[in-house]
Design a protein around this ligand. Structure first.
Ligand code: GLN
Length: 447
């Protein structure tokens, strides 16, 4: 019996013991080496955006990536070539078919997406070698940076797939015949088999998923593995295509970008929240881990991770309107009332994005617009302002100023990057709320 840990580990352990009893499914045997896996092995892992690691069960047992490699090699291709170029070779439509189907677009022969074998083989073929590194060296290096440690190839699994991989070779030749494979089919497939044979643990997979969830920055090492836009592109294709012919049902019920592999690995990413991974080699009919699917489904529900649910939690990035309460007291009651009517103070808190900026601007404009002559935006409790929010707040404040309002920001951290003086439409910047309000009151002649 394991000792009491933290709440997250407890949840993982509970799911582990619940689903360990499930014995449905079969080991993959079309790659003979995979049939040697321990059918009872079952591990879960979760890594937060702060790099906190949690696990239960066999989270340290090594297995091969197989198709879980696909989104990461796709990320590398997107980083090197850009979305438009990659899309010339590989589509981004769910195929609705099995991973090893001949999912080629009618007319062009372009593979449906990079998550099915046809598209993954082309994606791998798109990674160019350099003077001192082969295409595969670059793939291994990239996978290692996603995992946060040096990964290696399981040569036995690689050899086993080389010996039996005729279907993938046939796919590669078929694609080559349409002109959409930039390299020799045999070479393309061998590099693809190698990437599939890279050895990881469930904890490695959780780090890889967490890196995608964290906008391309590995939360364990702090290293920038890919740019944020690429992470978003990869997650989008995982969400629509990552679970092959059950991708729609998975997005409906579990609501997370995910990717499965026939060795029993499964990852899911909760953007800006967690990287999740499971390992259990017993597979269902679509080549996905039976326990993994059930456990990640339950985990998403338990932790409220479904992407379409409650996308912005009120309270995390919210803004508050405070008018009267924080104003300095004026010498007479009448002056104080005038001050309350004529100066509006809006305090924002947390990380400001588009949604939060909309609320802030609405709040600034809302209180008795006819009477309010001066608005003070207090950003002291703000932890960050993204580019969109910064542009919106600056232009919103300028618009208020053009409408005749006096505007001020309390922004000691310089989130709005408002310079001193110069632009008459720019708000005045203060270090403290008292200073800003006192100044507003004095300008209005109420103090
Ligand atoms: N290497 C395996 C194959 O190409 C990967 C398939 C998978 O994991 N779904 O058949």
């Amino acid at each position: 019996m394991s000792s009491a840990a933290d709440a997250v580990t407890d949840t993982l352990r509970e799911l582990h013991s619940r689903f360990a009893e499930l014995r449905d499914g079969e080991l993959a045997d079309y790659i003979p080496q995979l049939a040697l896996a321990d059918p009872d092995a079952f591990g879960l892992a979760l890594i937060s955006m702060d790099g906190h690691r949690y696990s239960a069960g066999a989270a340290d047992v090594p297995f091969t990536l197989q198709s879980v490699s696909k989104p990461f090699v796709y990320a590398l291709a997107l980083s090197l070539l850009g979305l438009d170029e990659v899309c010339r070779w590989v589509g981004a439509e769910p195929s609705g078919e099995a991973y090893n189907a001949i999912s080629l677009e009618r007319g062009t022969g372009r593979p449906a997406n990079a998550m099915v074998n046809a598209g993954a083989i082309v994606t791998t073929a798109l990674i160019p070698g350099t003077a001192d590194a082969t295409g595969f060296d670059r793939i291994l290096e990239c996978l290692s940076r996603f995992a946060g440690r040096r990964l290696d190839v399981d040569e036995a699994v690689y050899a086993s797939e080389v010996a039996t991989g005729d279907r993938n070779r046939a796919l590669a030749y078929l694609i080559r015949s349409t002109g959409l494979l930039p390299v020799d089919p045999v070479a393309a497939v061998e590099t693809y088999f190698r990437q599939c044979a890279v050895q990881v643990t469930a904890l490695d997979l959780a780090a890889m998923a967490a890196t995608l969830a964290n906008g391309g920055v590995n939360p364990l090492t702090g290293g920038v593995v890919i740019d944020e836009p690429v992470a978003a592109q990869v997650l989008a294709v995982m969400a629509t295509c990552g679970m092959y012919e059950v991708s729609g049902d998975w997005l409906l019920r579990v609501g997370l970008p995910a990717k499965s592999g026939v060795s029993g690995g499964l990852i899911a990413a909760g953007p800006a929240r967690f990287g999740l991974a499971t390992y259990s080699p017993l597979l269902g009919p679509t080549g996905t881990s039976v326990r993994g699917r059930r456990a990640l489904g339950a985990l998403s529900e338990r932790l409220g991770l479904h992407l379409m649910h409650n996308p912005a939690l009120a309270g995390s990035t919210v803004t508050l309107v405070t008018t009267a309460d924080d104003l300095p007291s004026a010498p007479t009651e009448e002056q104080e009332r005038a001050l309350r009517e004529r100066v509006a103070v809006v305090a924002a808190q947390g990380a400001l994005d588009f949604t939060a900026a909309e609320r802030v601007l609405h709040a600034l404009d809302e209180p008795r617009p006819e009477e309010t002559e001066s608005v003070v935006l207090d950003l002291r409790q703000v932890t960050g302002v993204d580019t969109v929010a910064r542009t919106m707040l600056r232009s919103g404040l300028a618009r208020l100023a053009e409408g005749g309002r006096r505007t001020a920001v309390v922004d000691p951290a310089g989130h709005l990057a408002v310079g001193p003086g110069g632009d008459p439409a720019a708000p005045r910047r203060f270090e403290s709320r008292d200073e800003a309000v006192e100044r507003a009151a004095r300008d209005l002649g109420t103090l």
